[in-house]
Design a protein around this ligand. Structure first.
Ligand SMILES: NC(=O)c1ccc[n+]([C@@H]2O[C@H](COP(=O)([O-])OP(=O)(O)OC[C@H]3O[C@@H](n4cnc5c(N)ncnc54)[C@H](O)[C@@H]3O)[C@@H](O)[C@H]2O)c1
Length: 335
């Protein structure tokens, strides 16, 4: 389907579910971007979930978002259970504004929901020549080290930096071995997941996506990964006023209340200390890329380069919509 046609359809659905014109646009753009970068677990596969939660009054389609300026660099946002895309859009704009004015912006957001890809927001700040760090918590997927109960989300860690080229450095990684969205897509399409990424509810390794969703996902790098997931829970949950310690609701199957996810955004100018950042990053990337490579590796890529080329390639093509999603879209337009 053409991007423009898809955007019109998505906007129509969000408008029908009570979002304003500008909020419908923000959500549609974020979903289309996820498809274009190949992050299918965070794109159209979640459309029905957002609409179901709006219908059950767990996402507020007309939020009264409160923005509290704590100082000219620090902002606290109460998103009033808005859809996460809208809260994050306001958050990153505020963080950019603060950093442009004072050198640094620190924005904490509470009462938000799933916002998709951290890197999507980081890119907006990096395009303004700012270094950016973004954290969000997510529904329980990962246990603390040694535990058999999921408490932490896949809690992505995102770091963005301007480079010497138009391709930004965006390290945007979940703390789980694989993304929960990918497991959901596999469960929905009756596909297996790779070995070694999840345990079933009894603690046994599984490649069955449905059993993995009932059990626990494994973190990257053992106790180091679960430590990082815990860190993100503190920064985006405890610090912001959002839910934490396993209390973020799973958007797909826990309808007992809003998610109250928290996000933390930090942005700052890249030339705060050394004035020639652009020259220094150019040298950094060039030096690192030049090293000898292991067999089978043609080129060292920096984080974000692969996503950028996927985006570029997919931008010239129609968006493929699988039959499950197509039928979601059809029924959302009807109901
Ligand atoms: N909102 C949420 O609750 C939530 C939760 C989890 C993940 N996410 C999002 O899902 C997305 C995907 O996460 P993921 O962990 O599956 O990402 P991933 O494993 O695809 O990539 C992780 C990072 O590694 C980099 N990378 C990949 N291949 C590389 C290579 N060959 N050389 C150098 N760098 C390379 C990527 O550019 C990226 O920065 C992220 O955008 C994340 O924000 C969101």
């Amino acid at each position: 389907m053409k991007k423009t046609k898809l955007k019109t359809i998505l906007k129509k659905i969000f408008l029908k579910y009570g979002l304003s014109n500008s909020h419908s646009s923000i959500c549609s753009n974020a979903l289309i971007n996820a498809e274009l970068v190949g992050a299918y677990g965070h794109g159209l596969s979640r459309l029905k979930m957002y609409c179901d939660r709006i219908k059950k009054k767990l996402i507020n389609p007309k939020p009264k978002i409160k923005i509290k300026n704590i100082s000219s660099s620090i902002v606290h946002i109460d998103a009033n259970n808005s859809i996460g895309f809208v809260a994050a859009d306001i958050g990153i704009k505020k963080a950019i504004q603060c950093a442009k004015k004072t050198g640094i912006g620190l924005v904490a957001i509470k009462n938000s929901g799933h916002y998709g890809l951290s890197g999507y927001y980081a890119e907006k700040a990096v395009k303004k020549n700012l270094i950016t760090m973004i954290y969000t918590n997510a529904p329980p997927a990962i246990p603390p080290h040694g535990g058999l109960k999921s408490l932490f989300g896949t809690n992505p860690i995102c770091f963005g930096s301007p480079t010497n080229s138009k391709i930004p450095f965006i390290l945007d990684t979940s703390i789980s071995k694989i993304n929960r969205g990918k497991i959901r897509v596999a469960a929905r399409n009756n596909k297996k997941i790779p070995a070694g990424v999840a345990l079933d509810k009894n603690g046994k390794p599984t490649t069955n996506a449905k059993k993995a969703l009932e059990g626990v996902q494994l973190p990257i790098a053992g106790y180091r990964g679960s430590g990082l997931a815990w860190m993100v829970d503190i920064l985006s949950g405890v610090l912001t006023g959002g839910n934490h310690a396993g209390r973020v609701k799973d958007p797909f199957d826990d309808f007992s209340g809003p998610q109250n996810i928290g996000h933390l955004i930090i942005t700052f100018k890249s030339n705060l200390f050394a004035k020639n950042f652009k020259k220094r990053i150019k040298d950094n990337i060039k030096t690192i890329k030049r090293i000898p490579k292991i067999k089978g590796t043609k080129k060292i890529l920096y984080p974000g380069e692969n996503k950028f080329s996927r985006f570029k390639k997919n931008s010239n093509k129609d968006i493929l919509i699988n039959k499950n999603i197509y039928s979601d879209i059809k029924s959302l337009l009807k109901n």
